[in-house]
Design a protein around this ligand. Structure first.
Ligand SMILES: [Mg+2]
Length: 220
């Protein structure tokens, strides 16, 4: 079934519930062999750049803790690694137009199926929450230039904040393990909803309690 058909099926059984869509970005809206947004800038600047070298050094420090140990340890280490990555944009004074340039040069292919689904949601006023532990500054232009950004969409991801052209701060980090907490805040105004959740990893699908959603695992 296509992304859109999955939503139509849920809509037909929705009763009085409001349908919302929750969707991962990297590997779900983009194809499996696309670049990923969080690693994108290091690749764009080149792996010999100071930015990329700093990032590699940080990964050597944190990487091994991201998948090992108990939940609380991994949760904390993910927060630290994501914060450290976001600090790099400030440290290296990354210009605000870099993300759009990188988005055009790197390999980002959007799945046609996913774009059809986003258009369908826009047309039918279905709220869409893109929830990603990737880089929001890249996600927004990738959606915008492909004509997929719309008013019913909220992008919850990691954003570098700018004052004029200077990177000064970043939004509270979104990691694989804290995605659900970020989304819960956004969903507070919704009272009687059922979500259709799209993701390319099992961990994407646990973002909302199972009784409140229908999950769709996207493979390749
Ligand atoms: Mg993904």
């Amino acid at each position: 079934m296509s992304f859109k058909e999955e939503i139509v099926k849920v809509l037909n059984n929705a009763g009085d519930k409001e349908i919302i869509v929750v969707c991962d970005f990297d590997g779900t809206i983009t194809t499996a062999d696309s670049d990923v947004t969080m690693n994108g800038m290091a690749k764009f600047f080149g792996y010999e750049s100071d930015f990329a070298k700093d990032r590699t050094a940080l990964y050597e420090e944190y990487g091994k803790y991201l998948t090992e140990g108990d939940d609380m340890t991994r949760y904390k280490m993910q927060n630290k690694w994501w914060s450290a990555q976001m600090e790099l944009f400030k440290k290296h004074n990354v210009a605000p137009d870099s993300y759009t340039n990188a988005g055009g040069k790197l390999n980002f292919m959007l799945r046609k199926d996913a774009c059809d689904m986003l258009a369908f949601c826009d047309k039918n006023d279905i709220p869409v929450f893109i929830v990603s532990s990737g880089l929001g500054n890249m996600i927004i232009p990738l959606l915008a230039f492909s004509g997929n950004l719309s008013g019913n969409m909220r992008v919850i991801a990691n954003f570098v904040r700018y004052d004029e052209d200077k990177p000064v701060s970043y939004t509270p980090v979104v990691t694989p393990m804290n995605k659900s907490a970020h989304l819960a805040l956004e969903l507070e105004p919704f009272e009687n909803y059922h979500a259709v959740v799209f993701g390319n990893e099992q961990s994407d699908l646990g973002i909302i309690p199972a009784d409140l959603c229908t999950t769709v695992l996207i493979e390749n």
